[in-house]
Design a protein around this ligand. Structure first.
Ligand code: VGL
Ligand code: ZN
Length: 232
């Protein structure tokens, strides 16, 4: 950006109250809200509860009213899934192992297909949600991302769906910021979607510096970090 542009935006930021210029992002028919993994396992009492995870629900319910298009995801693992520490002898949750496709964090058993823990939160109130993408259902491959499994090549079909529906902007919210939200946002950028992460509509796990790394990776990839109050 040229000096004029920089000075211009500084003047704008100084003169115009934040609530008048920042709340300027208006979702249109080409926009979709992606609600990531708001499932009982990640909520209080769940086997992989994210700290303050329940606080995202009212925020997501509120912003969802601005979206004609909402897609939700469900982490949907087989029993004995490769991402579970319980299937690796001598390994504990939050340790890592090297798999054929790369480094894998090991988790407590969570989001097993058909269990109550895998169910979406009953507090979500988004009746217009048009698609639920399940992911992580291949026993030997994890999938944090809603677009592509952890092998880096198997697609969930979400990118093709959004493109077929002429959606080119995605707003990502849910759990957890540093895993499924971040990987989804990074893959959305790879597929050239304009990508926003709604920070106060997400909460992180934060293991071994994962939250700071996720924000830094997202920033480098051109993901736009916004707050729910920025959405008109
Ligand atoms: C997630 C860890 C394991 C997530 C899913 O939804 O962020 N994290 N499986
Ligand atoms: Zn999982």
């Amino acid at each position: 950006a040229g000096l004029g542009t920089i000075l211009g935006s500084m003047a704008l930021a100084t003169l115009v109250p934040r609530n008048l210029w920042a709340a300027a992002i208006k979702p249109d028919d080409g926009s979709a809200l992606l609600v990531i993994d708001v499932q009982n396992c990640f909520l209080p009492g769940g086997s992989l509860a994210v700290k303050d995870g329940e606080q995202v629900v009212p925020v997501i319910n509120k912003i969802a009213k601005s979206f004609a298009n909402v897609v939700m995801t469900q982490d949907w693992h087989t029993p004995g899934h490769v991402s579970f520490a319980s299937v690796h002898a001598g390994k504990k949750p939050f340790e890592t192992i090297d798999l054929a496709y790369g480094k894998q964090v090991l988790w407590p058993d969570h989001c097993v297909q058909g269990t109550d823990g895998a169910a979406l939160s009953k507090e979500l109130a988004i009746p217009q949600a048009e698609l639920i993408i399940r992911k992580g259902f291949h026993k030997d491959v994890d999938s944090y991302s809603a677009f592509t499994e952890a092998d880096g090549k198997t697609t969930t079909g979400l990118g093709a769906y959004l493109t077929a529906r002429k959606i080119n902007r995605v707003f990502v919210a849910g759990l957890a910021t540093d895993f499924c939200v971040a990987w989804t946002a990074l893959d959305a950028r790879k597929a050239d979607f304009e990508t926003f992460v709604v920070e106060d509509a997400c909460r992180g796990i934060d293991t071994q510096g994962s939250l700071a790394k996720a924000w830094s990776d997202m920033d480098k990839a051109g993901v736009k970090r916004i707050q729910s109050s920025d959405i008109a």
